[in-house]
Write a protein that binds this ligand. Structure first.
Ligand code: SF4
Length: 319
């Protein structure tokens, strides 16, 4: 059963110019994205910086308003919900950000940070909130005395644990994890990912896990979607996509993952150039200027995301 369904979702940012501030162009940050996320599962969303992953995450939970398309959350169409109508649902959808240094107010102690959401949504009385905060701190691996401390007294990994406790305090069903471990050391990354996995089991949480690091995504995701210049270019189960990547872009990303268990180093496929400017994306397949096997038709016709078997979909003319 799906917790979330996204249909043909678009998020365009207008570029305005002149004295009348006319829209002269638009940045297509998210362009006709279809996704479903099953209850209690994780969808990993990968791609290079600037491909639209974070914008998609923020649009799904209505921190940004979509330009077009449909968002169905817990069987309710929330696409056109405004600030007041989304408010009761807001506690069900939380976000954990990349930078735990920036996402926690340095003037608030841990108790205030963790209980703030409960206060806003009128959950529990003051004493109960403190008990819930203590319980959550224990679950994320922090001692009770942390309640009186401030964010600057913690390491990066500990701050991310506080951010997770803060998100969990309002009992969400869905969490967008936006690059939650990329600012952390590798050893700490594994601890946080394992923590997210055990909390998912305990609370039946559903995650959209955004990352540019395919190693991390592999570990936590049931389904993996690869995004390039605002579009999903490949999607399949985690096992399938890592064993049998179809899209040339996915192959390049996977070839770049170091495998320390193998004696022989995988042949790394080198990707040329930078991500194109989303204001003026290339014609046809937007990956064609960087694709090692591009053909003439790739420059002319945009490939559709189609099923290539076993629920494995890819957008490429040559697959
Ligand atoms: Fe490469 Fe063409 Fe496939 Fe695009 S459609 S990924 S350019 S082969």
């Amino acid at each position: 059963m799906n917790l979330l369904e996204i249909k043909k979702l678009k998020k365009y940012f207008p570029i305005k110019s002149g004295v009348f501030s006319r829209t002269v162009n638009q940045i297509k940050a998210v362009d006709e994205v279809d996704l479903n996320i099953g209850k209690g599962t994780t969808l990993g969303l990968v791609g290079e910086s600037g491909c639209g992953k974070s914008t998609l995450g923020k649009t799904i939970i209505k921190l940004l308003n979509p330009t077009e398309g449909q968002i169905i959350f817990e069987n309710t169409d929330i696409t056109d919900f405004d600030t007041s109508t989304i408010r009761p649902l807001r506690k069900n959808m939380q976000m954990i950000f990349q930078n735990p240094y920036g996402s926690l107010n340095p003037r608030m102690n841990v108790e205030s940070l963790v209980t703030e959401g409960m206060e806003i949504h009128n959950l529990h009385n003051k004493g109960e909130r403190r008990d819930v905060a203590i319980d959550l701190l224990e679950k994320v691996g922090l001692p009770k005395y942390s309640l009186n401390q401030y964010p600057h007294e913690f390491s990066g990994g500990q701050r991310q644990r506080i951010a997770i406790a803060r998100a969990l305090a309002v009992k969400p069903s869905f969490i967008v994890c936006d690059e939650p471990v990329s600012a952390l050391d590798v050893s700490i990354q594994a601890q946080i990912v394992n923590l997210l996995l055990s909390l998912q089991n305990e609370f039946n949480l559903t995650y959209l896990f955004i990352s540019h690091d395919l190693r991390v995504v592999k570990h936590i995701s049931n389904i993996v979607a690869v995004m390039y210049l605002g579009k999903i270019v490949e999607i399949a189960t985690s096992d399938e996509i890592y064993k049998n990547p179809l899209h040339p872009y996915t192959k390049i990303l996977i070839s770049a993952i170091p495998d320390i268990k193998k004696e022989k180093v995988n042949r790394k496929i080198v990707i040329s150039g930078d991500v194109p400017n989303p204001i003026d994306p290339p014609s046809g397949c937007s990956f064609h200027p960087r694709c090692p096997i591009a053909e003439e038709k790739c420059r002319i016709t945009t490939p559709e995301l189609t099923n290539k078997g076993s629920n494995h979909r890819a957008a490429c003319h040559l697959v």
